[in-house]
Structure formats: structure tokens, C-alpha cells
Design a binder for this molecule. Structure first.
Ligand code: NAD
Length: 702
């Protein structure tokens, strides 16, 4: 969304032809997906939709009324039928008789299970009562920035009345649950002509007699708010005007690339590793460079969804790119982060109850840097990106509210009670255990090749994010697509570089830092193969091998080392050398010598890296024919010819028989060695070598 999106109205995307013939449940999915497909209607994972549908009871065969309501978790933009919880309406109403007061809120959630229709295992959300008690067949609850801007204004009630008259009501802030469900029911019962209401500081509820009505009321209501905000904002100074002008785009990214590893190191030292995300979109730059930043940022976000993802307030760094460089910013970082942690801990101590869950990670999620943009950090890349999107929602809300009125964040105690709600804690406890490489960032040169891609897949399978670096642009892109499809677009990045070029390698590591926030694993792997008897080895061929295999591994490991040193949480450098690094082969002096130098380079890196927790190890492949692009070209033909074989399959058989174990070696086998050195399982190994060659007595290391 750009800074002007608030004035662009939503279009009505309901299509009668698509809707015709859909069952009521399918229509609910259609309506939900339409609403969720536009982030101006609701943020990722935010809001929920419901329909009350007559269904045949599987037990009695009778027709019963069933509430279909989005279950806990998920996103309405992509929800499918199985994302909805289903509850018998009569049983849900029966719970009203059990509820005695707000002390019982948490208990009531457990009772929803007794209302389940058709053994549906989807967990019910805490918003279920809000939908179920409104006496209209279809209900939407969304978090549009334009509505929350009204809802988070100091005079939110009067503004709601002014914009919507009696059509849309207003209720004061209240945490979602049974009590709020009663408030909504009361309003809807007493105002039969009303079509919805604004929840103070939170969002919008709308309803309709048909699914199309409901959708159109939601879109129409948001559009009224968008138009009102645009009208009222016309000619007004946004956020008090500019205080600090944005730096040029390349400078912004360079500052982010320098800052992110340092912040990542400081916030990952005492807990799980974090992944970072950088955002310098126009609305972020407008906010971070504004005069109002200092006053607005500490007020915190408003909508519960926003601050659950972003923490109650961001950390603002003092910076002006016009007069300072990143070197001025770095020395103050540890103290700034510590101040934030102390502030968060004090908030916890002030607000906690006797039964509150333990203090969670006190580090900031959102970092705002005037002139540069916003950094967000979380346990995985998608969560870091989404936290940034949520803060952008919060910025949109603050822009609207502070332009037409006075912005108000949620009161601290209310925010705490949501953040440390036992039900939220239970949700966190239900999350699956992180995988062994979760939070790790790996960089692989020659990443689009056979061994490179097998390693990327293997590391990503265990939860790592991977930056693929290669000289072949075309294969780089197809590799990215393949990995994104299997592991998700957030977890893979690609960067072009020729490993022999110093500038290109420096830029590739900067890009890695700006994309993911730092580096934990570097796999030096880009390579070629060549063969020629010594007397026929040209200087050019010699130099090519030295450039790519020796200098390339040096430049890559040096930049990885520098980045890991800045980050100060150790790391693992892995060099994919070769059996030929240990065993001289006739007719390949340039290749063998260059490969042997990688081995010794790794040992030198291991020596200098040890005091910094940076490990360096070698994986030696041999005869990996399948999947390797080296073997597809001239090299494969030459080797086959020298053994009088006509195909790679026949050649593979020669190598298989040559090995001690009589087995072929595949890229996936090499990837296992790389995964071992990448993971904490090998945390006590450095300066080591693993041969993955199906056994070769000459290569036994000693
Ligand atoms: P591959 O050809 O499939 O992959 C190598 C990748 O490196 C390619 O994607 C290529 O584009 C890239 N590359 C080449 N020159 C580059 C440069 N200057 N800058 C950036 N990228 C460049 O080969 P592979 O079998 O996957 O080999 C990977 C590594 O394993 C190499 O270092 C190779 O020497 C080593 N190795 C392979 C074997 C084997 O039998 N396949 C045996 C021993 C060692």
C-alpha cells in the first residue's frame, strides 16, 4: 500500500455469476476470501467471518442451525472450509445461561467444545460469541485501517455518529469474549435497522441478511470512512510535517545492511535466533522522518492484532542521514536496546497479575530509523515481514487519527491483559517446536548448481532461510521459484555474483544482511572442473581455477567472516572442496592445486575464527555425476572418453566400482555433510574434513 491508498476507495468485487450455485458454506468461503484479498479491508490473519446455516444433524437427521465461524488462527484471504469452526447455535445460546460475569471469560472458551457440530476439530476463536450472539445470519468482523483510524481517535464515538448516523453504532473498548458478545447482541437487538458497529480502538462489525448484503455493507462502510478521512485530511499537514528527509534508496539499504546484523546479534544472544525484515516504503519513511514520530511512537498501537505482532511500542533510533553515518549509530545501539528491554520489563512488572505467564522476550520487534526506514525482527522471516506489515497498518491508523483528531493508543493495562492473556499463552504453547535450523541464515555460492541446490533444500527442510548466490542468472531464477514453491517465498533469496569479483561478493553479503538480517552459515561451493596435462595447462586455465576455486573461496569466506564478526554470535563456514584436495590426480594440476588451497584456507579460517565462535570445516565430494552441471559439459565428456565410456551412466558405474563401498555419491549425500556442519550437532568441530566419496583409501585423512 502506498501513502495514497487511503483515498482510493474499495471496489465491489462480488460476482453474482461466481456466487450462483455455491452452497451456503462455499459462499461463506467466497465472501471471506474476497474480503481478505484486500489488505485495506483487513490485515493478515486479522478479522473473522461467519454464517448461521441450516444443516442436517448427523446424529438425529433433523435440521439444526449451525454457526460457521472462522476458527482460531489462519487468514480469511486464504481460508478454506476446514478453517471454520462449526457450533450448534442452540448449545451456544445455552452457554449464556452458564456465564455469570467477566471473571469467567477464560473458562467459557473451554465450553465451546461442548457446542461442536459434526466433530469438527477446528479450534474456536475467542471472537465466536461476538458472531454467534448477533441475531443476523451473516456477520463480518474486519480491521480496516480507515475504520481503526476513527476507532482510535479521541472522539471516536462522535466521529462514528457523524460519518454513519444510525446505520453503524459504536461500543467502547472491551477485550473480545462473552461480555463483548452480549454488548453486540444488545446493540443489534435494540437497533434493528443498524447494519453494524465500530468497536473502539479495535475494528468493525457488520452484518447482513444475505452473504452479498453483508459483503457490500462491509465494503460500503469502509469506503465511507476512507472518503471521510480523505475529505477531513485535505490540506492538513500530515504527522506535523517532515523533520528528517529520507536518504537515497541505496544508502537506506546500505545502512539497513550494516545495522541489521549488529541488532540481530544483540537480540539473539540470549534466546532463539531472530530473522529480520527491512521496509522503506513511502508511508514508513513519512512516519519515521516526521515531527510527530517522537510523540506518536511511544503511544503504542491500537488494534490488539497490531500490538500482539509488534509489541506495544517500537524502538526509535536517533539518526539523521544528512549529518551522520552508520558508524555514528552503531556505538549507541547496545545501550538503546538495553533501555528498551528495561522499559518492557518495567511494563510487565507494572501490569502483571498473580497468574500472568512469565515475562517473554523483552527485545523490541520494531526498530524505526529516521531517514532510513523500519526493521522488524521475529523468530522466522514470515513473522518478521508480517510484523512490519502490521506496523504499517498502525502507521496508517495513526496518520488518519492524528490528522482528523487526536490519536489514542490502547491503555497500557488493557494492552498487557491481551498480550499476556492466558488464552494467548495457551496458543503459544500449542505452537510446534522449532526445527533444528530455525532462525539460521545460510549463504551458498554456486547455489543454483547440483550440490548447491541439494544443500539449499536440505538446510531449508530443517528450517533455515537460504540466500542462493550464483553467476548464472537464468538458473538462479528457476532455482528460486522451485525453493519458494516448496518452502515458501519468505525463506529464499537470490543474489547474482561472480565469486572472483570482490565488489560483487561484498554486495552479495550486504544483500543477504538486508534481506534476512545477518548470517549464520556460509557454504563456499561455486566451482568448475578442468583437466589438462601439466605441459598443456595454459596460464589462463591455471588462473581460472585459482580465481574461482581459490580466490573465490577466499573472498566468500572473508566476507562471511566479517559479517559474522559484526554479528558476534559465531557462525559456520563450510568449504565444498574435493577428494582432489587430498589426492593428487594426473592431468588436473590446476584443479587439484586450487582445491588443495581451499582445504588449507579452511584451516586458517578455523584458527582465526575460533575465538569468535566461527567454525570452519570442509566437505570433500567425489564423482557426484547426477545433478551436477560440471559433469554435463566438457569435463564429463573428457572423463567418459578417457575410460572409453559413451555415457555418464556408464561412467558412474566406473566410479561406483572404484569406490570402497561400491556406491554412487549424490548431491543429497554431500548436502548431509553440509547440514551436519551447519547445525549445532557439530558445534564442537572446527578445522575438520568429511569425505563423502563412498570410500577412497588414498583420501583417508590423517
Ligand atoms: P555445478 O556445476 O552443478 O554447480 C556449480 C555452480 O557454480 C553452478 O551453478 C555455476 O553457475 C556456479 N559458478 C561457477 N562459476 C561461478 C562464479 N565464478 N561465480 C559464481 N558462481 C559460479 O557443480 P557441482 O557438482 O554442484 O559442484 C559444486 C562444488 O563441488 C564445486 O566447487 C566442485 O568443484 C565441487 N566438487 C564437485 C564434485 C562432483 O563430482 N560434482 C566433486 C568434487 C568437488
Amino acid at each position: 500500500m502506498d501513502a495514497h491508498d487511503q483515498v482510493s476507495v474499495l471496489e465491489n468485487r462480488w460476482d453474482d455469476a461466481t456466487a450462483a450455485g455455491l452452497s451456503p458454506e462455499a459462499l461463506l468461503v467466497y465472501r471471506s476470501n474476497l474480503l481478505g484479498s484486500d489488505k485495506r479491508i483487513t490485515n493478515y490473519g486479522g478479522g473473522n467471518t461467519s454464517s448461521k446455516i441450516a444443516m442436517r444433524d448427523p446424529l438425529t437427521g433433523e435440521t439444526v442451525e449451525v454457526l460457521w465461524v472462522k476458527g482460531s488462527g489462519g487468514d480469511i484471504g486464504s481460508i478454506k472450509l476446514d478453517g471454520f469452526a462449526t457450533l450448534y447455535m442452540d448449545k451456544l445460546h445455552a452457554l449464556r445461561g452458564i456465564y455469570k460475569g467477566t471473571d469467567q471469560e477464560d473458562e467459557m472458551v473451554g465450553l465451546y467444545n461442548h457446542c461442536t457440530f459434526n466433530l469438527n476439530p477446528r479450534a474456536t476463536s475467542i471472537d465466536t460469541a461476538l458472531h454467534g450472539f448477533i441475531n443476523h445470519p451473516h456477520v463480518d468482523h474486519v480491521h480496516p485501517d480507515a475504520i481503526i483510524a476513527i476507532a482510535a481517535s479521541a472522539d471516536s464515538r462522535a466521529l462514528t455518529q457523524e460519518i454513519f448516523g444510525d446505520e453503524i453504532g459504536w461500543v467502547p473498548w472491551r477485550r473480545p469474549g462473552f461480555e463483548l458478545g452480549f454488548w453486540l447482541k444488545k446493540f443489534a437487538d435494540e437497533n434493528p435497522k443498524a447494519k453494524g458497529l465500530v468497536l473502539e480502538a479495535h475494528g468493525l462489525f457488520t452484518w447482513g441478511e444475505t452473504q452479498k448484503d453483508c459483503y457490500e455493507t462491509t465494503v460500503g462502510t469502509i469506503n465511507k470512512a476512507i472518503a471521510f478521512l480523505a475529505e477531513r485530511s485535505r490540506g492538513k499537514v500530515i504527522f506535523g510535517g517532515e523533520r528528517i528527509a529520507p536518504a537515497a534508496p541505496e544508502e537506506r539499504r546500505a545502512v539497513a545492511a550494516s545495522l541489521m546484523p549488529v541488532i540481530r546479534g544483540l537480540i539473539s544472544r540470549e534466546g532463539p535466533l531472530k530473522l529480520g525484515h527491512f521496509d522503506d516504503s513511502p508511508e514508513v519513511l513519512e512516519f519515521v522522518g516526521s515531527k510527530a514520530l517522537a510523540a506518536l511512537a511511544p503511544l503504542g498501537t491500537s488494534c490488539p492484532d497490531h500490538f500482539l505482532r509488534t509489541k506495544i511500542a517500537p524502538l526509535v533510533l536517533d539518526f539523521d542521514p544528512a549529518t551522520q553515518t552508520v558508524a555514528d549509530l552503531l556505538p549507541g545501539l547496545p545501550a538503546a536496546l538495553e533501555t528498551y528491554r528495561a522499559g518492557y520489563t518495567a511494563y510487565y512488572e507494572r501490569c502483571k497479575h498473580a497468574n500472568s505467564p512469565k515475562l517473554r522476550d523483552p527485545n523490541a520487534v520494531v526498530y524505526l530509523i529516521p531517514g532510513i526506514g523500519m526493521l522488524t525482527f521475529a523468530a522466522d522471516k514470515a513473522t518478521a515481514r508480517i510484523a512490519g506489515e502490521f506496523y504499517r497498518n498502525a502507521i496508517n491508523v495513526m496518520r488518519g487519527a492524528s490528522t482528523i483528531s487526536t490519536y489514542r493508543g490502547l491503555p497500557e493495562q488493557e494492552a498487557f491483559d491481551i498480550e499476556y492473556w492466558l488464552l494467548e499463552e495457551a496458543k503459544l504453547q500449542r505452537m510446534p517446536k522449532p526445527r533444528s535450523l530455525a532462525g539460521k541464515i545460510a549463504f551458498i555460492t554456486g547455489g543454483a548448481g547440483g550440490i548447491g541446490m541439494a544443500s539449499a533444500r536440505r538446510l531449508m527442510q530443517d528450517g533455515a532461510c537460504v540466500m542462493i548466490c550464483d553467476i548464472d542468472r537464468e538458473v538462479l531464477e528457476t532455482s528460486r521459484q522451485e525453493l519458494a514453491k516448496t518452502f515458501g517465498a519468505d525463506t529464499v533469496g537470490t543474489v547474482w555474483a561472480d565469486v572472483t569479483k570482490e565488489d560483487a561478493i561484498i554486495a552479495a553479503f550486504r544483500e543477504t544482511a538486508a534481506t534476512f538480517g545477518g548470517l549464520d552459515v556460509c557454504v563456499c561451493n561455486a566451482g568448475i572442473a578442468s583437466a589438462a596435462p601439466l605441459e598443456d595447462t595454459s596460464l589462463a586455465l591455471w588462473q581460472k581455477n585459482i580465481d574461482i576455486l581459490s580466490t573465490g573461496y577466499f573472498l566468500t569466506s572473508r566476507e562471511a567472516f566479517r559479517l559474522m564478526k559484526d554479528q558476534a554470535i559465531g557462525g559456520s563456514i563450510i568449504m565444498v572442496a574435493s577428494k582432489n584436495a587430498l589426492v593428487a590426480s594426473p592431468g588436473a594440476s590446476a584443479y587439484c592445486t586450487a582445491k588443495a588451497s581451499e582445504l588449507h584456507l579452511s584451516r586458517c579460517v578455523a584458527l582465526e575464527g575460533a575465538p569468535l565462535g566461527i567454525r570452519s570445516n570442509v566437505v570433500n565430494p567425489d564423482a557426484v555425476l547426477r545433478g551436477s552441471r560440471i559433469w554435463k559439459g566438457e569435463w564429463g565428456d573428457q572423463r567418459a572418453a578417457s575410460y572409453q565410456k559413451s555415457s555418464l551412466e556408464e561412467l558412474d558405474e566406473v566410479y561406483r566400482q572404484r569406490s570402497l563401498l561400491k556406491r554412487s555419491v549424490y548431491p543429497e549425500d554431500i548436502a548431509e555433510g553440509i547440514a551436519f556442519f551447519a547445525s549445532e550437532i557439530s558445534s564442537k568441530s572446527t578445522g575438520n574434513i568429511i569425505n563423502i566419496d563412498a570410500g577412497n583409501a588414498n583420501a583417508f585423512s590423517r
